[in-house]
Design a protein around this ligand. Structure first.
Ligand SMILES: [Zn+2]
Length: 234
């Protein structure tokens, strides 16, 4: 059974999109115009996300929007399922990523030949995006920060008022070790991913949540700094 969502800050909850805790984190954000979820996990995630939302008392018509940080299959794979559950939710994504999600542009090639081969079998089902955003725009009270490299249009989200940074895959752990861009082989442009990780060190936050990995609550910036310092992508 899915565990109940974890409250990160007063307005934001973390839902497990996969059976192992903190391996695939979906955020649910309460806003003035309803709830927003960030990312949709893999194709099997919607039943977990829906159970989490239901546990929070959120019915489909209260889900105002679905924000997608980037086009990878473990972030948009659950989009058809979530869209079927909440057909009125607005689908929002960064400009470049939206074109891929909508099927108008091919997926970014991975920097790794093995991953490029796998990608050929990992086709996305195209879903139209209702609204696109760019650096500096606001989604559910969070500022969009462009963090390209993991994918070319990848984004992170920051709530200054709640001191919460969602890196998405600008950082992350699969399976355990925290790295820039989750893993080098998953990045389209690893060097660019490192520059984007450095960019996040200039922001202010007290809590850091990754799409993949444990929530950081103690001196999170020191931890991110250490990860960047140990990153040898070249
Ligand atoms: Zn990714």
């Amino acid at each position: 059974m899915a565990k109940d969502p974890e409250r990160l800050v007063p307005n934001v909850y973390r839902i497990d999109g996969f059976g192992l805790s903190q391996m695939l984190n979906i955020l649910a954000i309460a806003g003035e115009d309803g709830w927003t979820i960030v990312d949709t996990g893999i194709s099997g995630s919607p039943r977990r996300i829906q159970a989490g939302l239901t546990a929070l008392g959120i019915r489909p018509d209260a889900l105002a929007r679905i924000y997608l940080t980037h086009h990878h299959a473990d972030h948009v794979g659950g989009l058809p399922g979530m869209r079927a559950w909440a057909p009125n939710a607005e689908i929002v994504a960064p400009e470049y990523e939206a074109e891929i999600i909508a099927g108008k542009r091919p997926m970014d090639p991975s920097s790794s030949p093995v991953n490029r081969a796998i990608q050929r079998f990992n086709m996305l089902s195209a879903v139209p995006v209702d609204r696109t955003v760019r650096e500096g725009d606001t989604v559910a009270g969070f500022r969009v920060i462009a963090t390209p490299g993991h994918t070319l249009g990848h984004t992170s989200l920051l709530s200054e008022s709640q001191g919460l940074l969602l890196t998405a895959d600008a950082f992350g752990a699969l399976p355990r070790k925290l790295r820039v861009g989750v893993r080098k082989a998953f990045c389209t442009d690893p060097r660019l991913a490192k520059r984007s990780a450095e960019k996040l060190l200039a922001e202010n936050y007290a809590t850091v949540v990754f799409s993949h990995g444990p929530v950081l609550r103690e001196n999170p910036k020191d931890r991110l700094q250490e990860i960047v310092a140990n990153c040898n992508y070249a």
